[in-house]
Design a protein around this ligand. Sequence first.
Ligand code: BGC
Length: 261
Amino acid sequence: MAGRLSGKVAFVTGGDGGIGSGVCRKLAQEGAAIAVGWFGKDPTHANAVVEEVKAMGLPAIAVEGNVASPDDIQGDVKTIIETLGGVHILVNNAGFENAHDILEMPYDAWEGVLNVNLTGPFLTGQACGRWMAANGGGVIINISSVHDTIPWATFAHYCASKAGLTMLTKCMAVALAERKIRVVTVSPGAIATPINQDVWGNPELLPKLLEKIPWGRIGQTTDVANAVAFLASDDASYITGSTIYVDGAMIQYPEFQKGAV
Ligand code: BGC
């Protein structure tokens, strides 16, 4: 299939989820073979994404692994390279959140979010980056959040993980530039996915959320996927270390944190 990503292989962690499955779909539309990373859930969703990509005429596999486990990730990346022939594009999309008052937040909640959202991208970036460095370069796209900048009172671990991820992008971009690996951040705002369905699916809370978005609508997974496809392509060959906010200008409202829904 002709496209901006023809001949490339993309590994999308959390590729079975809301934003992740949208990214897999879009990168495949651009011609990339896809490895759908998933962990700890019903495999039906990952397998459905694989079948969808295959139906488009492109190779696809599902790889199960905990992004916070060095052994799992090294195994997954080995499988991807052996099966699909390489890993030119990594999209660090796996992540999660849960609300806690900061003084009552259990250590496990803190550790769990930091492990998946921040340590995960470090481990996958390292494993894929080694292949990229030895094979002419590549692109690493870290999916952060407007909450890499906007504080959110009951999501301190999530905000800290995303702020850390955005800084990890910058450090890796500088460290890997001479090895021809671009590293960028995409920071979505409120995107309609299962992660925040309790808000956008609630007729009382949705208008409160929309007040925080100057563009006046909630984002769609295609909004994020389109930005990721551009950044993964050679159209973005001079963009590295940057953060692209896909948020309808939500980031421009710093008073968000008090009234967050
Ligand atoms: C969170 C969503 C939230 C959005 C805007 C995202 O990072 O995952 O739950 O709706 O930020 O606050």
